[in-house]
Write a protein that binds this ligand. Structure first.
Ligand SMILES: NC(=O)c1ccc[n+]([C@@H]2O[C@H](COP(=O)([O-])OP(=O)(O)OC[C@H]3O[C@@H](n4cnc5c(N)ncnc54)[C@H](O)[C@@H]3O)[C@@H](O)[C@H]2O)c1
Length: 263
């Protein structure tokens, strides 16, 4: 492998959930710029159209599709259709996820107040949909004897995080171990699966609450670099885990967090 081929995704097909904005958009953009044909899926039609048009305007090979990951039958169909239409499936980002609202030191986020309907919705979107994405994509990748699965976890799944809600912390911990567990089954098939565990990034997650300076200050309190990440800063690890360069990395949960998980 030389430095030209290490990060080359030419001829490959990628599928990204939650790709209209934020981290998923950055992931879609970097793999498209590296040569992949990319299926960008999201629940938000306006944001998806705008992002697909922007990337296509750069000459990138992208298409958008409305997929609500909470509808797991629809999600599985979309993954299978992408593989059938484009002839293969090489890279899948299970990225879509939502916030559980405020953390345990607030009234609304306390043990007593957590709403079980919202808890169950988090389980469906942040955990069950990731399982279904892995299972569906893996079936195709096992047939090909190659593939890269990348799950967006969180540092809030590696340790307690006072700014995040219970269901968020629990589901992000769960997907981290889902990655480790499925690497056992997928490794003999030459399919890798890893998780990116972001620290706080400036995106629209949680109704844009990270744009509020007070909330941002709460999130960056435990970040040694003392600032939020920018979506562009997820691209390096996203490309590494999607590319031939990561051929011997699997079952790993890797933070991108300005040092938060080290402190
Ligand atoms: N921003 C952070 O600080 C941070 C930190 C750690 C982990 N994460 C994780 O990163 C991932 C992406 O979040 P983000 O910060 O980019 O947020 P974001 O809100 O900016 O983007 C998320 C995208 O997912 C889409 N989406 C939401 N629900 C969906 C559904 N049911 N089906 C399909 N698409 C859906 C949204 O429309 C949006 O385009 C999430 O899994 C999140 O938990 C974010």
């Amino acid at each position: 492998m030389d430095r030209n081929t290490m990060f080359d995704l030419g001829g490959q097909v990628a599928f990204v959930t939650g790709a209209a904005k934020g981290l998923g958009l950055a992931m879609a953009e970097i793999v498209a710029q590296s040569g992949a044909r990319v299926v960008m899926t999201d629940i938000d039609p306006d944001a998806l159209t705008a992002s697909v048009e922007r990337l296509a305007g750069q000459g990138l090979d992208v298409r958008g599709e409305i997929v609500d990951v909470a509808d797991t039958d629809r999600l599985a169909r979309a993954i299978n259709d992408a593989a059938r239409r484009l002839g293969r499936l090489d890279v899948v980002f299970a990225n879509a996820g939502i916030s559980a609202g405020p953390g345990p030191l607030t009234d609304a986020g306390s043990l007593a107040q957590v709403d079980l309907d919202r808890w169950n919705r988090l389980l469906q979107i942040n955990l069950t949909s990731v399982f279904v994405t892995i299972r569906t994509a893996a079936a195709q990748m096992i047939k090909q004897r190659s593939g890269r699965l990348i799950v967006t976890a969180s540092v809030a799944g590696l340790r307690g995080e006072r700014m995040c809600g219970y269901a968020y912390a629990a589901t992000k911990a769960a997907v981290s171990n889902l990655v480790r567990q499925s690497s056992i089954e997928l490794s003999p098939h030459n399919v890798t699966i890893n998780a990116i565990a972001p620290g706080p990034f400036l995106t629209d997650i949680g109704q844009g609450r990270l744009h509020d300076p007070e909330v941002a200050a709460g999130f960056t309190r435990d970040v040694p670099m003392g600032r939020l990440g920018q979506p562009d800063e997820i691209k390096g690890l996203a490309l590494l885990l999607a590319s031939p360069a990561s051929s011997y990395i699997t079952g790993a949960v890797i933070p991108v967090d300005g040092g938060a998980s080290a402190s």
